[in-house]
Design a protein around this ligand. Structure first.
Ligand SMILES: [Zn+2]
Length: 415
């Protein structure tokens, strides 16, 4: 048994912080008690965290462990095995940043998730979508006009990464079934163009409503849900109306679609970091971001921030997601600061990155809040992020990172 005691508790539910709080963790890695307790259980390993903050591990609803924006010649020449080992490193960097769970929005195959579950690699808990469903020439089709394929994702093995580029209702049905067979926990689809794909624009509408509805039907038939990369207004509306549960990016949301998302309870995963990060990467490493992608990122960055702010004010359910892979892996906590700059309170940004994110990822039965019965995925932070949300970006302030009660990182002395 492990006891963490004396800290300021932010439990992830949005409740006011509680001083002098204790979290009791059982040998099964689950939380047994949380709050102010009269006497500490005997024989437990006690960690005194007076003056520190105890909060749930962060949950990032939009990451790509297998995406690294590197110069094209490096990506083209990289063997799949190298990409896998790089992804292992990316997952560890994510956990080092205090992100204890993720929704992996395409690229990560089932074997990688199993390696993490078996403890072979240090990685966040994950829900995966394996490969994104896209129309021919859509955001998930990385074929260049000359027929060569942009190697953004290492789609080398057709079994682990099935071909999910299709057209028509029958094609949609087949692609959905292929990706579910390959181990997808949820289906990611592209209902608009985007910034990084070579020949689309963010406002382009992709997939027909019949195709989207077919994918949603096939997911639901196997107890799964759908997320849509959706940036243009019409593609966002099509996804929401056809029953997609989460809108990724949402750049050109208008008031009508924001209202519709609010009424239907659709999640927004803003990924405010993504356009900024594309620009930053392209400037740091010329040749790693296509010129048309740099142009598109610059076109959308301000309107994206503004429309996410409108959605926050309107009360749309916002779940934190960064699009890590587009940005540098391990810089996930920047998104909380960006959400605060877009109009959230620091507490709202924490709830979006814990409780709401766990609901969006369908992991809320296990993690997301510090509640008895859930896994002890938690952080001990030097300082209080409610006073300055930016401290979460400083890894030296993450004094403890626990996953299921086990320390991924622990710089605290035992009492
Ligand atoms: Zn993405």
């Amino acid at each position: 048994m492990k006891v963490i005691t004396g800290g300021v508790l932010i439990d992830g539910t949005g409740r006011d912080p509680l001083t002098g709080a204790t979290v009791v963790i059982g040998d099964d890695g689950r939380i047994e008690q949380v709050g102010r307790i009269d006497s500490l259980p005997k024989g437990a390993e006690v960690v005194d965290v007076a003056g520190k903050t105890i909060m749930p591990g962060l949950i990032d609803c939009h990451v790509h462990f297998f995406v690294d924006l590197k110069p094209l010649h490096e990506l083209v020449a990289a063997p799949v095995s190298l990409r896998v080992i790089q992804a292992v490193e990316n997952a560890r960097l994510t956990l080092d940043a205090g992100v204890t769970s993720v929704r992996e929005t395409s690229g990560t195959p089932i074997g990688f998730k199993r390696a993490a579950a078996q403890g072979l690699i240090a990685a966040p808990r994950m829900k995966i979508s394996v490969a994104p469903l896209s129309q021919t020439g859509g955001h998930g089709d990385m074929t260049l006009p000359n027929g060569s394929v942009h190697p953004l994702l290492p789609y080398g093995n057709p079994l682990e990464w099935p071909n999910t580029v299709f057209d028509g209702v029958d094609g949609a049905r087949k692609a959905a079934r292929l990706v579910l067979r390959a181990g997808a926990d949820f289906i990611k689809m592209m209902t608009t163009g985007g910034v990084l794909s070579p020949s689309t624009e963010p406002h382009h509408t992709q997939l027909t409503r019949e195709e989207i509805a077919t994918i949603v039907y096939e997911a639901k038939a196997q107890g799964k849900v759908c997320a849509a990369h959706a940036q243009g207004t019409e593609g966002i509306r099509n996804a929401v109306e056809c029953g997609v549960e989460s809108i990724e990016h949402g750049i050109y949301m208008d008031e009508a679609v924001i209202d519709l998302m609010k009424r239907k309870g659709t999640f927004l995963v803003p990924t405010l970091q993504a356009p900024m990060a594309s620009i930053r990467r392209g400037e740091d490493h010329p040749g790693s971001v296509l010129p048309q992608s740099m142009r598109k990122a610059r076109e959308v960055v301000d309107i994206h921030r503004r429309n996410v702010g409108i959605a926050i004010q309107a009360g749309v359910k916002v779940a934190m997601g960064t699009d890590a892979g587009v940005g540098y892996h391990g810089t996930n906590a920047e998104e909380l600061r960006l959400m605060v700059e877009a109009g959230m309170t620091p507490m709202q940004s924490i709830v979006a990155s814990t409780k709401v994110a766990s609901e969006c990822a369908h992991m809320d039965a296990e993690v997301g809040t510090l509640t008895p019965g859930k896994f002890a995925d938690l952080l001990v932070v030097d300082g209080n992020p409610l006073d300055d949300i930016g401290i979460l970006e400083d890894k030296s302030r993450l004094l403890m990172i626990l996953q299921g009660g086990r320390a991924h990182k622990n710089t605290m002395e035992r009492a």
